[in-house]
Design a protein around this ligand. Structure first.
Ligand code: IMP
Length: 433
């Protein structure tokens, strides 16, 4: 059975966690394949709210094996905090039992976090993601399989602690890293997580060959992709389908379904162009009703209309086999909705995203208006979703305007929308019939 992939189709924060959490209930394995603790997935389980930054969302299924793949940068200190919180609520310690870290994943060290904390240009999450990937590309990074050698190598420790200190200084960041500090960090990581470090690509390949269910969980979104996103205001990894298998250590032919997760409107955190951004009360309404604050940094997210140019770009890169539309309930209460169908750049009509950040910032949006639908409480939407699914009536249970919105987006993009999120609860999803 081929692996399934879940990807964000916009600028991240589309609500992937909820879908992955649902799919993970039937998965034997859930693997992350890129990024690090810059991601933030919120899972609501009744009264319990779980915020995961690094652990795969499959955590909540006790029978699911969890992988932090080779394409990731893993901060072991943040991982420990997340595992501590999980232990408090579940009494489980999955590391070395069902949580596996790829031996090829890179270690996000305190140095990387310090360095990234000084970023003012991109509006990064400050977690050290870019600097860890930079060290990887420069071939000076530390992978989990390297820990045992590096910590015993005084020359390596001296040279690299000096490199880190001088880079901090050149970047205007206070802080000195001694060879002893660096050794202490590597010792701690190896001692704490050594039992969980494994050849996870081999494990996933074997699982697939044995017919097990494997889910590859994306982080961030297509427009934050280092190659195809709104560069330079992007993250440092390839967020698309092509890297789902590569970053997990298996091959592209091993993938079946590719779920694109699309928020019913658009949000972005951090700096950078955002053509459909709204600076008026409608944008503020989306932010308020959608509780649009970054899971990782708490920053308010910028909000705007759904943008089909963004989604076409994303679909070309990822070849989604189906879409999940999330947070449709948030749009309830707006009299009229707009959807971006193209851009205007100096009088020229564009149906595709320009590559250059300056052009992305200058385009104006061409929109189509569609009727809105009334506001309903979270509990009313939850009730509606439960009824729609139990009676098997699908989208016909949605208010007329909401249903028409879903059908129009589906027709515009030509990709089936197989479920629609109408609230944060796990059950607040209406499935297509
Ligand atoms: P970095 O990934 O921390 O280097 O940040 C680079 C850009 O990606 C910034 O604009 C961040 O706000 C954005 N970003 C990183 N991770 C996420 C995410 O999970 N959701 C939304 N935006 C993100």
């Amino acid at each position: 059975m081929p692996a399934q992939v879940v990807l964000g189709a916009q600028w991240g924060d589309e609500g992937k966690g909820k879908l992955v959490d649902q799919l993970a209930q039937d998965s034997d394995w859930v693997a992350r394949f890129q990024g690090g603790n810059n991601a933030g997935h919120t899972i609501v389980l009744g009264d319990q709210v779980l915020k995961l930054h690094q652990l795969p969302s499959g955590l909540t299924n006790p029978n699911c094996q969890l992988v932090l793949g080779a394409g990731m940068v893993v901060d072991p200190w943040v991982l420990e905090e997340e595992l501590d919180r999980w232990k408090e609520s579940s009494n489980e310690t999955p590391e070395g039992e069902r949580l596996w870290i790829s031996e090829r994943a890179h270690v996000n060290l305190p140095f990387h976090r310090l360095y990234d904390g000084a970023d003012k240009k991109i509006g990064t999450t400050g977690r050290g993601i870019g600097p860890t990937y930079r060290d990887k590309i420069e071939r000076v990074g530390v992978r989990f399989c390297d820990l045992k050698h590096r910590r015993e190598d005084p020359n390596w420790l001296t040279e690299n602690s000096a490199r880190m200190t001088s880079q901090l200084e050149a970047h205007g960041v206070e802080g000195e890293i001694s060879a002893a500090d660096l050794k202490e960090s590597l010792d701690w990581v190896e001692d704490r997580f050594g039992a969980a470090i494994k050849p996870t690509g081999l494990m996933l390949d074997l699982a697939l060959r044995q017919g097990q269910n494997v889910l590859l969980e994306g982080a961030q979104g297509s427009l934050l992709d280092i190659d195809h996103g709104t560069y330079p205001f992007v993250t440092s990894s390839v967020t698309s389908r092509a890297n789902a298998t590569h970053g997990a250590g298996i091959h592209p032919g091993q993938v079946g379904e590719v779920y694109g997760v699309v928020k019913a409107y658009t949000t972005r955190v951090g700096h950078g162009p955002f053509p459909s951004e709204l600076f008026d009360e409608v944008g503020a309404y989306m932010g308020e009703m959608g509780h649009e604050f970054g899971t990782t940094t708490g920053r308010p997210r910028r909000c705007g209309w759904l943008d089909l140019v963004v989604l076409r770009h994303s679909h070309r890169l990822n070849g989604f086999t189906q879409l999940t539309l999330t947070k449709l309930d948030v749009l309830g209460g707006l009299d009229e909705l707009e959807v971006v169908v193209g851009y205007d750049l100096d009088g020229q009509h564009l149906s595709e995203m320009p590559a250059c950040a300056e052009d992305q910032a200058r385009v104006t949006c061409i929109t189509e208006k569609v009727a809105g639908f009334a506001h309903m409480d979270t509990s009313e939407w939850l009730e509606l979703a439960r009824r729609a699914n139990s009676e098997g009536v699908g989208y016909s249970a949605l208010p007329q305007g909401a249903r028409e919105y879903v059908e129009k987006v589906e027709a515009w993009l030509g990709i089936p929308i197989t479920s629609v999120g109408v609230g944060p609860d796990r059950d607040a999803t209406v499935f297509k019939v």
